[in-house]
Unconditional design. Structure first.
Length: 431
């Protein structure tokens, strides 16, 4: 057989696309070779007004940090991306190819040359969004203690809406990008969380979480730096119940001086009941088959989840696996009644700091009768550098960051013929 095997193909690919090939065309320069890579993979976050700590928009920005950039790209620390692309690709995926990493390294080694400035230098402007219909800020500004600790806080943001609305789009605007690390929005109609506004969720148990209340939504929106807002096409929207409270679970980075934040949620609303409501499908610790969800100290444990039979054909929009600091890896797939396997997500090296929502490239059809499986590995030994306790302590379910969780959350709409080709994000591109 004269078939080219994958590693050989890779070698041939590298020969053609490697810096050595580029060298033969002349020196590697910022404008010609490096900037296009940064534009595609870095600048969404590393631009003025965005969440990364510095801008990488100009030659000076980049040249000053050239070897640092080489390091973070060679180690694949940047761009942050955790889902294994061999298992499944996502719409919001950002991954450098081996050739791109080598190009950056060769550019740095070659003296970080500027090259000839092209005439048309404009970096695509950030996407602009229409004016929101409702802006809900945190009740009052919150100031971090500035004592070098991370802060996990719960904020209760009453919507004060007198009728039921449907949400076509959601955007989250951190009030202070220096400290905003990530945020998760949930929806509550019971109002029992109101006394907990501003409470710490890191090491205390909130009184309200003990009441076993059912939230109207356990996952409404997740924000991490570089996120895209959601804006669904006409006829697709999710519910905001009358007078609901939006619960904001906010992670603030540590700082040595106090910082103040008043983040807000921007909503695009309609009163019209959508033809296709967006729903959420949450698998939590109850669906673990090897109960109890208890992680003894000094052990590495794997938990397995199995969903009930999916009751109808569904079109999955996105997926959000959720674990805390002991989480190491996560994998989920579905098996259809015909025995086909649908890969959903695989994270080989879980990073608590990046609670990303993974947007499927195209809607994923989950046929009626399918079962969703998930497996998650937790390392509660002191080999896990993120273990919050030394010596390790037993861990079990809880909202606190030092407790553990195993959640798998999907947003979906009921399947309709042709969904495989529906572009959910068209509305964003047109704006
Ligand atoms: C999704 C948003 C996002 C993207 C895309 C992104 N960064 Fe970052 N970057 C961040 C954030 C947030 C930080 C600060 C927190 C951290 O270090 O994890 C950061 C930190 C860094 C740092 C400093 C690391 C340190 O240890 O202090 C460098 C250098 C960097 N990024 C370079 C890049 C480069 C080069 C790219 C593209 C190849 C890139 N980033 C893509 C968000 C992003």
């Amino acid at each position: 057989m004269s078939k080219i095997k994958a590693p050989e193909a890779l070698v041939i690919g590298l020969l053609f696309f490697s810096p050595y090939f580029l060298f033969s065309q002349g020196p590697i320069t910022y404008y010609e070779h490096v900037r296009p890579i940064l534009e595609k993979n870095c600048i969404a976050c590393h631009r003025v007004g965005e969440a990364a700590p510095f801008s990488l928009e100009t030659y000076e920005d980049v040249e000053r940090r050239a070897s640092f950039i080489q390091m973070v790209t060679e180690t694949r620390y940047m761009p942050p991306w955790f889902a294994n692309p061999e298992f499944r690709h996502f719409r919001n995926e950002r991954i450098l190819t081996e050739a791109e990493i080598q190009t950056i390294a060769a550019w740095v080694k070659g003296g970080a040359k500027k090259g000839k400035e092209p005439k048309d230098l404009a970096i695509a402007a950030p996407v602009t969004y229409p004016k929101p219909d409702l802006v809900i800020p945190m009740n009052k500004p919150f100031t971090t203690p500035g004592n070098g600790t991370e802060q996990f806080r719960l904020f209760v943001m009453p919507s004060n809406t007198q009728e039921e609305f449907y949400v076509k789009g959601i955007d989250f605007r951190p009030g202070n990008l220096k400290i905003a690390h990530h945020a998760r929005l949930m929806v509550d109609t019971t109002h029992v969380f109101r006394p907990d506004d501003g409470a710490l969720v890191s090491d205390t148990v909130l009184p309200a979480t003990n009441l076993g209340v059912m939230l109207a939504s356990y996952f409404w929106y997740g924000w991490v730096p570089g996120n895209f807002p959601t804006l669904y096409p006409d006829g697709i929207a999710k519910k905001l119940p009358r007078n609901a409270d939006i619960l904001l679970n906010m992670h603030y980075s540590p700082t040595t001086t106090p910082e103040t934040d008043q983040s807000k949620v921007l909503l695009y609303l309609t009163k019209e009941k959508p033809r296709r409501p967006v729903k959420t499908f949450v698998l939590d610790e109850h669906w673990i088959s090897n109960q109890p969800f208890y992680i003894p100290p000094n052990e590495v444990v794997t938990f397995y989840m199995r969903s009930p039979l999916v009751p109808a054909d569904l079109s999955l929009i996105n997926v959000l696996p959720h674990m805390h600091l002991l989480g190491k890896s996560f994998r989920s797939f579905a098996i259809t009644p015909d025995g086909d396997v649908i890969n959903l997500i695989k994270i080989d090296d879980w990073n608590f700091n990046w609670q990303m929502t993974y947007q499927f490239d195209q809607l994923v059809k989950l046929p009626k009768g399918s079962v969703v499986y998930a497996e998650a590995v937790y390392d509660n030994s002191s080999n896990n550098p993120r273990n919050p306790y030394f010596p390790p302590r037993p861990a079990t379910t809880g909202w606190g960051t030092f407790d553990e969780m195993m959640n798998l959350i999907f947003e979906y709409i009921d399947y309709e013929e042709g969904d495989e080709n529906l572009d959910l994000y068209q509305a964003l591109k047109e704006k």
